[in-house]
Design a protein around this ligand. Structure first.
Ligand code: AAO
Length: 512
């Protein structure tokens, strides 16, 4: 009996924590602001063949269109309704992408904005991505329809109607986040509309959701909505599979609302991870790489089974959200590759890689004046497609961190070592560290200002391995460094602190 109850509890509590990845893949990439047609092509030509588990897509539903500033990226976080046409494409293109990515072995996770509609000052008219009429002033969204009765304002107790103090959980949940019209998810009608939107996507074949702004929604309301969700489409997922849910809750400590309140509902974004890893690689506040021997729960992060981790995200790479200046982004490519490499090598959490677009940064007194700039666009505001250069990088302002050799190869590394324990740790007491994943892989980092020169026990079978950072295995040769592992599992490593990428990684599939 006790066992049955335990099984039932575990089953209920942990089903929405499973990303349902296919073919043993492990890493998600956020293709921020990409068009559906480009994602479909990327699944087939790059993500599937290179073992990416899934894509987090930008919000697919109808959103406000903002002219001032001109078409900011954040207009997509202001829903007008649940019609599936957005800056990334229409419903047919969305459906085609979901189908083609699933067929390529790549899952789609939808960024679901369900806490609110557009900003209270969003005006009135048809400046929306499908052209639906709405009135922010009257809280009227006929395409859903939502009316003034479907919002939380009557519950909010602040003078402005906005969240004024994150120290008060009631206002964080019942008032407006930066002026965004706050839906009353306590109402049966609102819950049914939100669940209907999510179910339509599940039936189309998505594998789950990144749920936006969960701190601002009551866990009980979310439990009710998630409870209404269909199982995943059996065309691609086994019967009875629950959607993967990962909830955006920014918890760096110091506020009454904690990540823990959401653990039973799905995974939660661990914002401490990128903030701390950034400080470690930047060597700020006396942090050293050698201190990461107990990286993960040992650093006060949430339990492994609850965590969704990332080095940077679409907010904190431009100063929105939280994490602060320590976050390492593509603007610091050398550090970024090391930090992402470290994350992908380490067993903690479900990992997400950021894939960005470039913008003209203009930092005044620590704040980027251009933090609003949207994706590479044509003069009419429509998003440009992603051209692939002959060297496999992306053009037209798309950064495509996920295509950088070092990051792509560490995604493969993570798949190869999946399920293996963290093992054979070594450090020099400073910023040189190494660790393995059982007998399947081994990484060595040199973030000190001097060379690394050491012989280590890798735990790997003897042989010649290609380093997948300086190059990779190509046929019967290595395009970069070779590492000779002796019959005793020991290997010599030499990494100059001036190397382009001062780290080395080998794995079972990079053996000659
Ligand atoms: C735009 C305009 C606004 C305008 C609004 C309405 O920028 O000026 O008022 O429209 O017209 C995105 C953009 C927003 C944009 C919005 C809608 O970032 O600028 O507003 O679209 O277009 C909070 C939330 C978190 C949220 C984050 C940005 O808790 O959920 O703010 N992230 C998601 C999305 C994000 C999106 C939305 C939500 C809205 O990822 O892209 O907004 O859909 C503290 C709290 C955090 C809080 C931050 C920022 O963080 O803890 O919960 O995040 O403040 O307000 C230290 C602390 C740390 C603290 C941090 C910053 O690090 O340790 O806890 O300082 O103070």
């Amino acid at each position: 009996m006790k066992l049955l109850i335990l099984v039932a509890l575990f089953g209920l509590g942990h089903t929405q924590h499973n990303p349902h990845t296919k073919h043993g893949t492990t890493a998600i990439v956020h293709l921020f602001e990409w068009r559906w047609a480009d994602i479909a092509a990327e699944c087939e030509r790059f993500l599937g063949p290179n073992g990416f588990a899934g894509v987090q897509i930008s919000p697919p539903n109808e959103h406000i269109v903002v002219n001032n500033p001109w078409r900011p990226w954040w207009q997509r976080y202001q829903p007008i309704g649940y019609n599936l046409c957005s800056r990334s494409g229409n419903e047919n293109e969305l459906r085609d992408m979901i189908t083609r990515c699933n067929n390529a072995g790549v899952n789609i996770y939808v960024d679901a904005v369900i806490n609110h509609m557009c900003g209270a000052g969003g005006g009135e008219g048809t400046h929306s991505s499908c052209g639906s009429w709405f009135s922010a002033g009257r809280k009227d969204f006929p395409s859903v329809p939502f009316t003034q009765w479907d919002f939380n304002d009557h519950k909010c107790r602040t003078g402005s109607g906005n969240i004024e103090n994150y120290g008060d959980a009631n206002q964080v949940r019942d008032c407006r986040l930066v002026g965004l019209l706050d839906l009353d998810l306590g109402k049966e009608y609102v819950r049914s509309k939100v669940a209907g939107f999510m179910n339509k996507l599940i039936d189309m074949g998505v594998a789950g959701f990144r749920v936006d702004a969960c701190k601002h929604m009551w866990p009980g309301d979310l439990a009710n909505i998630y409870g209404r969700l269909h199982n995943l489409n059996t065309r691609w997922f086994s019967g009875g599979s629950r959607p993967f849910i990962f909830q955006e809750v920014i918890d760096l400590g110091g506020e009454p609302i904690t990540s823990r309140e959401y653990f039973h509902l799905g995974r939660v974004t661990e914002f401490k991870y990128g903030a701390k890893l950034g400080s470690v690689f930047r060597k700020w506040n006396g942090e050293k790489l050698s201190f990461t021997k107990n990286w993960g729960e040992g650093w006060g992060f949430m339990p492994n089974g609850n965590a969704l981790v990332f080095v940077d995200n679409h907010d904190n790479q431009r100063g929105h959200g939280a994490g602060g200046a320590s976050i390492v982004t593509f603007w610091d490519p050398r550090l970024h590759k090391m930090a992402v490499g470290y994350m992908l090598a380490h067993p903690y959490g479900v990992t997400r890689v950021m894939s960005s677009f470039r913008w003209n940064r203009h930092i005044v007194n620590g704040k980027d004046q251009n933090d609003w700039i949207g994706p590479p666009s044509h003069s009419d505001g429509s998003t440009k497609s992603v051209p692939i250069n002959p060297d496999q990088t992306c053009g037209d302002g798309w950064v495509c961190e996920h295509r950088w050799r070092q990051i792509k190869n560490m995604v493969i590394f993570r798949n190869v070592v999946n399920g293996q324990p963290h093992s054979n740790w070594w450090d020099n007491g400073s910023n040189q560290v190494a660790f393995g994943r059982g007998n399947r892989g081994f990484v060595v980092f040199n973030n000190d200002d001097w060379n690394l020169d050491v012989t280590l026990n890798t735990g790997m079978p003897g042989g010649i391995y290609c380093d997948v950072i300086s190059g990779q295995k190509e046929g019967h040769r290595c395009s970069g460094k070779q590492i000779h592992v002796g019959g005793d599992g020991r290997a010599h490593f030499w990494i100059s602190n001036r190397d382009h990428d001062p780290f080395v990684a080998i794995h079972a599939a990079s053996k000659l």
